[in-house]
Design a protein around this ligand. Sequence first.
Ligand code: 1QQ
Length: 391
Amino acid sequence: MKRLFFAVLTIMCSTAAHAEKIKAPIHIGIGVAQTSNVALFGEEQVNGAKVAEAVFNAKGGINGTHFKLVYQDTGGDEAGAINAFQNLINRDKVVGIVGPTLSQQAFSADPIANRAKVPVLAPSNTAKGIPQIGEYIGRVSAPIAFIAPFAVKYALQENPKIKKVAILYAQNDAYSTSETGTFQESVKKQGLEIVTTQKFQTTDSDFTTQVTAVLGAKVDLAVISGLAADGGNLVKQLRQMGYKGLIVGGNGFNTANVFPVCGKYCEDLIVAQAYSPAVVDTNPVNKEFVTEFRKKHKKDPPQFAAQAFTAVQIYVEALKKVEANTKNKITQLDLATVRTELNKAIRTGSYRTPLGEISLDKEGEINQKSFYVSRIKMEPNGKSGKFLNVK
Ligand code: 1QQ
């Protein structure tokens, strides 16, 4: 009898703990890389998320309840991402997470959020298979299989004489291996010949072996899938050792932080993008984002900042839907309920965002309409530059 009493008491206590109401401000987790080489991307993500926090809280947050972004640094590897996600879920009690920075990290950290029934919106995970990690995993970063072919097609328009292609990729990174698969298919579809395939590691800084092979193969196009630090150095060494052909870089080059890495040798690099800061006349949300971002950073927002902004925006709008659907203020609901209701709400309707009008399907995959191709144009100082929209 006594034992039964304690058992019942324990159950009651634990339900009470679970039924704990959410306190204002509502916590939204940002689990991206703030240290390591991966912070070259993470820094831009933090900048974009912060602009979203200011913009949407100034408009009253979630129907008058403010929200607060809570940051946990993932660093550049899997262990760091797992740790950050656990802290956000258990300690910071976030309603959902924006992160991690790399697909490589997502395949390890996302299953933890999924098991805990905490929604994840990936701001920059483009590898094949991300939304399929689980029911709670979605992304606002379009799959690279969709984006990469645009860059190859553009290269061929620029130089219709291209015949021979070199493929280079970071073999220890999930996004890079996923992207190179798409690049290779796309190159073959265009009737081009891959004459050399070179692998490297994201930790490499000396690419003499790979560059020597590319030069020996006499190619007219080099297509690189890597991250900003390694990829940027590879571009620099290709040019320094005399490669003259076109270079297509993948999503890992989609940051202004690559400019100081390859310096003047970044010039003319071709990159496909899921965002353009130039589209403001037809997109008022982007106009507001670009204006606020420029005020703070004195430059146009890059793709990773726009995607992080978008992820925060979706949380805000979906939290409003949760209030409408449950006929309750978020602060009247318990955390577990908000997390599951939020995950459902994210996947309904569409959102007008800086990336254009987007939606997430049942699986959490993004539907996005507009994509761009840019070329890097460096300033004479060889340190700063910009992405010039060419398509
Ligand atoms: C991924 C990527 C990277 C380039 C993000 C920084 O696309 O890891 O999926």
